[in-house]
Design a protein around this ligand. Structure first.
Ligand code: OGA
Ligand code: MN
Length: 296
């Protein structure tokens, strides 16, 4: 079977495609790598179904698309990690495979994924692609939603476009967790997650499309009073996450979903804290800090 990509929703032919006719357990051919990369440029979210892969196969797949990012975004101590530093642990499990207690600090921290965000926007060079592989999925809930930040820009009124075009925002995990009332960071974590600056409006390297680079990690806009900045950011986020810009992925085991963090926000939805939810993430780093990339 040859590779084919079809839109998940025919009404949105440039957003969220499903890739058919590919086996991610095998080394991809150069033609397959190009088709997936072109698909990402066009759809920004790609769904691959029935891909029963292990961590090594997932890592090898992601390596086709550029340098990899290490999984340094969580608060697990090295001796408590369940997975290698090449794999983001997007689960509610401890290193023995036991479901984390409801009030476990790691679980409470990871609830930040339920806020609309872009991966690693708290790093000086943020994430390009994330690839999330579903290993175990709860009976109900726990969808992942994606919001198309290109559509958000395209539908923004001219006055707001002019207002935000050259804005610089400040991102930190301290801000995103603070939104949920999680504030007990160690001094070491506060140093590690010192705020970083990014463009608010980005130009996509390959497609040339502009997008709003929003994320729950943003705590302010340079040159703006904090309350005024946060009110504007909230307003922009409301605009950007209207239902017509959102694709909700309902997981099946062995799904792999890959998205372009330069053009999408995403969030996890709630699920029962006693059920196992186990997803593994591989992440490509972006090419440079956003302010060193061509702007809008
Ligand atoms: C992630 C993430 C959302 C989810 O993997 O980066 O935010 O639904 N995941 O688990
Ligand atoms: Mn994420």
């Amino acid at each position: 079977m040859t590779l084919k990509i079809i839109p998940r929703d025919p009404a949105r032919p440039d957003f969220a495609g499903e890739v058919q006719g590919i086996d991610l357990r095998k080394k991809l051919t150069p033609a397959e790598v190009k088709a997936v990369a072109d698909g990402m440029d066009h759809y920004a979210v790609l769904v691959f179904r029935d891909q029963d892969i292990d961590d090594d196969q997932q890592f090898a797949f992601s390596c086709n698309f550029g340098p990899m990012e290490k999984a340094t975004g969580d608060i697990a101590a090295p001796q408590d990690r369940r997975l290698s530093m090449d794999i983001g642990d997007i689960s509610n499990l401890d290193k023995n495979g036991k479901v984390l207690a409801r009030d476990d600090r790691r679980r409470l921290f990871s609830l930040g994924n339920q806020l609309w965000h872009s991966d690693s926007s708290f790093k000086p060079t943020p994430a390009k692609y994330s690839a999330l592989s579903a290993r175990k999925i709860p009976e109900s809930g726990g969808n992942t939603e994606f919001a198309d930040m290109r559509a958000a820009w395209d539908t923004l009124d001219q006055e707001t476009r002019d207002l935000v075009r050259d804005m610089v925002t400040v991102h930190s995990q301290i801000f995103s967790r603070g939104v949920l009332g999680f504030t007990d960071f160690t001094d070491e974590e506060r140093v590690k997650w010192a705020p970083v600056r990014h463009r608010l409006v980005r130009r996509h390297e390959s497609s040339g499309r502009l997008s709003l680079y929003l994320s729950a990690h943003i705590g302010g806009i340079e040159g703006w009073p904090v309350p005024e900045a946060r009110a504007l950011l909230r307003d922009l986020t409301e605009h950007a996450t209207q239902r017509q810009f959102v694709y909700a992925h309902v997981w099946r085991p062995h799904d792999l979903v890959m998205w372009d963090n330069r053009a999408m926000m995403h969030r996890a939805r709630r699920y029962d804290a006693t059920e196992v939810r186990d997803l593994h993430r591989t992440t490509n780093a972006d090419s440079a800090p956003t302010l060193e990339q061509p702007g809008p």
